[in-house]
Design a protein around this ligand. Structure first.
Ligand SMILES: Nc1ncnc2c1ncn2[C@@H]1O[C@H](COP(=O)(O)OP(=O)(O)OP(=O)(O)O)[C@@H](O)[C@H]1O
Ligand SMILES: [Mg+2]
Length: 258
């Protein structure tokens, strides 16, 4: 069977810069993939390309065997949900109206069917955003709004979720609950690719890590295979002491040479 998402030798040029170079990835149901790499490594660019929002300059992007560019926007939205890294809200809309946009490809919020309403309410519950439903979105705190946007991405109930730094603005309790939620979604048979900067949480919850460095896939495998002192030195410029056991990861980072 075709992979849920297949990137084959994908390169992306932005202006005069080659931001992604020959990236190949197959993502299957049941995988929670942590996309890690330093600032500017290309994580957001890769996710936008995988979402069909940025064209690949070379290579192929396939969704269940079909080229992404052959799908209409609603077809793509029913297969792939995308949570962007930057999520400003300038309009006078409620939190629930933002989440309802996650059902746009099914007709909501213009004509919200009972199935849409149930999916919207469920996603708000799961993301810990139900209590904000009727609040103006522009009044919410950064972390509260992040949970509302996550609910928007979950509401489409897509087989694949691409989440760009889903826990960056969250407090520790919500970081843990969102990572557990994403893992539960993949255990149910969906797939998630999440750009993450917290290597300990990535190692604890993800089934697979993909490390980007300078637009290249530097490593792809289990957390234990990918989080090695030599790769962290080469790609992240840090010295690392790492112990990944069944009880969880113990990762200590120091600046180089200290
Ligand atoms: N439109 C553009 N034109 C030229 N360069 C760009 C453009 N957009 C992004 N870049 C560059 O591409 C590189 C990758 O950017 P990207 O946003 O994908 O990084 P990232 O891994 O998501 O980083 P971060 O951890 O900071 O979010 C960066 O060096 C960035 O400056
Ligand atoms: Mg980014």
């Amino acid at each position: 069977m075709s992979a849920l998402l297949s990137l084959q030798e994908v390169s992306v040029w932005l202006g005069a810069r080659r931001v992604i170079s020959n990236a190949s990835l197959d993502i299957n149901r049941g995988e929670f993939v942590g996309l890690i790499g330093p600032n500017g490594a290309g994580k957001s660019t890769l996710l936008k390309t995988a979402a069909g929002l940025l064209p690949a300059s070379a290579g192929a992007c396939l969704s269940a065997g079909a080229p992404l560019r052959s799908l209409t926007a609603p077809e793509r939205a029913r297969r792939i949900a995308y949570l962007p890294q930057a999520r400003p809200v300038f309009w006078s809309v409620t939190a629930r109206e933002i989440v309802a946009l996650g059902r746009f490809s099914f007709g909501a919020p213009l004509g919200e069917a009972p199935r849409d309403a149930a999916a919207i309410d469920r996603a708000m519950d799961e993301a810990g955003a139900a209590q904000f439903a009727d609040r103006p979105a522009a009044d919410l705190s950064g972390g509260e709004l992040a949970r509302v946007h996550l609910a928007r991405a979950l509401a489409g109930e897509t087989p694949l979720l691409l989440a760009d730094e889903p826990i960056a603005a969250l407090d520790p309790a919500h970081q843990l609950s969102v990572m557990a939620l994403l893992r539960a979604k993949t255990d149910e048979g969906r797939a998630v690719i999440a750009a993450l900067h917290d290597l300990s949480l990535a190692a604890r919850y993800c089934t697979r890590l993909v490390m980007l460095g300078g637009g290249h896939v530097a490593a792809d495998g289990t957390p234990k295979d990918v989080l090695t002192p030599s790769l962290l030195h080469e790609i992240f410029n840090v010295d690392a002491a790492i112990n990944i056991t069944q009880d969880g990861p113990d990762i200590r980072l120091r600046p180089l040479g200290n």
